[in-house]
Structure formats: structure tokens, C-alpha cells
Design a binder for this molecule. Sequence first.
Ligand SMILES: Cc1ncc(COP(=O)(O)O)c(C=O)c1O
Length: 363
Amino acid sequence: MVNVSRRSLIALGAALPLLGRLDWALASPPVPTSDKVLLNYNESPYGPSPAARAAMQLGVGASGRYPYKDLYALAEVFANQHGILDEHVMVCAGSMAALRYAVLAFTSETRGVVMATPSYEVPRQAAEARKAPVHEVPLTADHAHDIPGMLAADPKPGVIYLCNPNNPTGTLTPTKAIEHALASKPKGSILVVDEAYIDFCDAPSCVSWVKDHDDLLVLRTFSKIYGMAGARLGLALGQPVLLEQLEAFGGHNVPAASSLLGGRASLEEPSLVPERKALNTLVRDETVAWLKARGFTCTASHSNCFMIDVGRPAEQVIERLSAQNVMIGRVFSTWPNWVRVTVGNAGEMQRFREAFAAQVSFL
Ligand SMILES: Cc1ncc(COP(=O)(O)O)c(C=O)c1O
């Protein structure tokens, strides 16, 4: 049985001098949780980095004022890091809000959403709420977005949604295919590329493309690799003409100063992403190898979640693990026998393996 121990984490740090010591992840203050192992929302087990926590404390004192100065400062840091202009950055209280606003802004009862299945459900839910049609196109055999199929699904969609890496599978769509989607989609349809999980993988980001395209929106979040899900901080990147249309829905519903300061501190900590990415990859790949050694098929994830084919209604497995205080899931309706699992820390994945192993005879 593959085991992720403290020793193997430190060995990884030694093997990758670039990353320095990885035991910070074990030493950082624990994220307050219950005794449940929470592998069901693709959150980070590590929480905000120590530098982000310190910056967030300063934000508490600054909370008597509207936080626009901190908002513009965060936008400027992100823009400089990605070679875009400040005016291309909209800061919002979580990227889910920006995604909903995009669907509300660019769809109607006659112009719908085209998206993959399984994928993140929010665009579908937002479209349904405004009675816009939704076309869901199955992922390809290797679990990429089927770009030709998506382009053929609707001659004039309002939004084409592409999640890369995809939630829930963690799988990638090649950059060339995304370029093709942008070049070939109908004029007037907005391509939304959701990069919530891009920092966990080696794939290039599309953020810099927004300089040259007024029909591309890229979404980022601080909820995943930066461990700030509860702080509600996300970004929409696009040309001002697009962002203005999102602002009509919730442009002034901005995050708190502490979130903005914590987000900026995270961006300014160059070792944070490579360290967490390496740790996530190590723990994820060991867990997947353990499952494969027991005959289970898993998606080829490049993210902090993956799916397992459990060969029976996945709800049953979720219930059985939940009875052992290990929370996984959810199930996505077009893949009823697969369950999503978030990559937790080494100890949490040990608990997951123990709970899952106890079910193997059932499976
Ligand atoms: C693909 C994707 N986009 C957006 C979000 C929402 O992120 P936020 O917490 O920034 O609203 C999530 C959260 O799980 C997600 O999986």
C-alpha cells in the first residue's frame, strides 16, 4: 500500500531543491475543521498561507473604509504578473459570482450556453434560472472538452463555457483546442475559460489572450491553491467592454479588505504556488496509484480533484464513507457510477484510503 508519510514529503523537498523545504505545509497552523475529513468541495487543506494570514489580520483594522484602494492594488499586481492592463481585471467576491454574471449578461431565452458534461454546474444552473437553453456535450474519450462537438451543438450560443482543468475530472483540454474554439466560434458568442485549477498543473494560462480578444473572459479564484475559499475572492479577466456588462449585475459587491490583502500577499509569495502544486501532485498521484493497484479506474487529473469509477451508483459509496466521517463527492448526473474526490493533505488521504479499503469488498 502506498503511504504518504511526513518522511516522503520531506524527501520530496530534498529531491526538488527549487521547492525548498515542504514541511511548512505540515507546520502551518491547522485549519479549524471538525473531525470529519472534508474531501467534498475541492477546498485546500492548508488554508491561507502564513503571509496571507498576516495580511488578512491587517485587513480587519482597515475594514472601517470601503476597500477600493486594496482592490485596485490587487488588480495591479495580478495585471503586472500576467502582462495585461489593470483595466482587464475585475475583482469579485468569488469567481462563481463572475460566472453567474457572465451567463446572465450574455445569454437570453434564445441564446444559450454550450458546455461540457460532466463539468462545473454553475453555468447550467444560471442559464436555467434565466430560461436560456443549455447544450451539454460529453467529454472526449480522454476527458478533454470536445471542441468540434461544442461548436456544432449550437450555431449561436451566448456563452461557450470551458473549464480547464475541468471540474470534476481534473483533466486538461489542449491549448491548441482552446485556441481553435476562440478562432472558430460564432462572432458574438463569448468564450468563458474557467481557470480555477490552472495553478495545480503545467498547462499554459489563457489570461494574456484577453489583450487581443473582446469575446474572451477568463476566470480565476483564490479558493483553490491559495486556500482562501471562505474569503470569497475571484477575478474575471477580459476587455473593459465585457467587464462593464458583468458589473451591471454585482460590480460593487466587492470582497472585504482582509480578503483583498490576503489575496495580494498570496500573489506576492513566489514559492507558494510551486510548493503547494508539488505537494498536491505527490499526494494525488500516490492516492490514484493506490486506487489503480486495487483495480479502480481514475481520471488522469492535473488538479486537486479526481474521479473514481466505482462501478455502482456512486451515491452508495459516498454514504458509506460518510458513515466513517470521510466526506467525498459529489456525483455528476451523466457519470452516475463515478465519484469525485478532493485531494486533501497526506493524513486526510490516509484516512480516505482506510475508509475506502473498508469498502472494497462491497465494491
Ligand atoms: C470550476 C470552478 N469555477 C469556479 C468555482 C467557484 O470559485 P469561487 O470560490 O471563487 O466562487 C469553483 C468552485 O468549486 C469551481 O470548481
